[in-house]
Design a protein around this ligand. Sequence first.
Ligand code: PEP
Ligand code: MN
Length: 337
Amino acid sequence: MIIVLKNSQQDKIQKLCDLISSRYNVDVHISYGKSKTILGLIGDTSSVDIESIQAQDIVESVKRVQEPYKKTNRKFHPDDTVITLENGCKIGGGNLTVMAGPCSVESQEQIIEIAKSVKKSGANILRGGAFKPRTSPYSFQGLGEQGIRYLINAKRETGMPIISEIMSSSQLPLFEEVDIIQVGARNMQNFELLKLLGKTDKPILLKRGLANSIEELLMSAEYIMANGNEKVILCERGIRTFETMTRNTLDISAVPLLKKLSHLPVVVDPSHASGIAWLVEPLAMAAVAAGADGLIIEVHNNPALAKSDGAQSITPQMFDGLTGRLKKIIPALDKEF
Ligand code: PEP
Ligand code: MN
């Protein structure tokens, strides 16, 4: 249930929140928007007396929210959520954020070399996997703790914020200096992990599962938010379909849908969506044109020798071409890059 308030003083708003939460035993979430203040009621709202709330002089309207996702719902928070990283980099709300780097961190030299080149081309955030969810147990599993250390060194050397994937709760202490924690497609419904990440104050990039619906993605984001962490970034990375020409099928309609249904930033991963290096740029362009707040792209200095996902990795030169052409379409989209 949401309660839209008229312009009112802070103490009156607080009084109404206290009254509602004690009388009906529900949590009240306040969203101070640019034009409106909204109270979101979470819990069993069946006993809430709508008429008596409507009778309060600071209340403009009361509406029931049918969707099972609440904190992620744009009805609870009409303005875009903007996540600001320690270095001031903003994600969401009219900014285009480009995350780039290798699928896996392979060595200190490799990650620093790629970081420097993608930074020069305009990337805002460096990606690199240290814990890799591989289909085969015999494939490269990532450098683990060492990989995170290399990534942190690349951050120190270039000043770029970093993003890396967590696979289990025991790895969390290693992510202290990681700016954004990625939850991969395979862990989208690892609810215990989501609850734990909800208790941190790190931005979380939550990837859509291989066979998960948009509503399931929002419910997983809700797990993180319900546990206290509101800094969630949604990521469309392609889903499984009958099509075999591409590794996955980029669900481009997920972008405007997620933007409409939720206030959270939406990022697209054209690399895992296609599995093919030359398809990365057209999909990236389509994603930005469809309203994505950012991109996460795999870039490798030598894709042929990459320890994971070489076929979909673009070279630093290709990445430079991509960001150059991206800059040309940005002015038409009312975004900053
Ligand atoms: C990755 O980012 O390298 C990765 C494994 O992504 P996903 O979870 O989307 O497959
Ligand atoms: Mn990958």
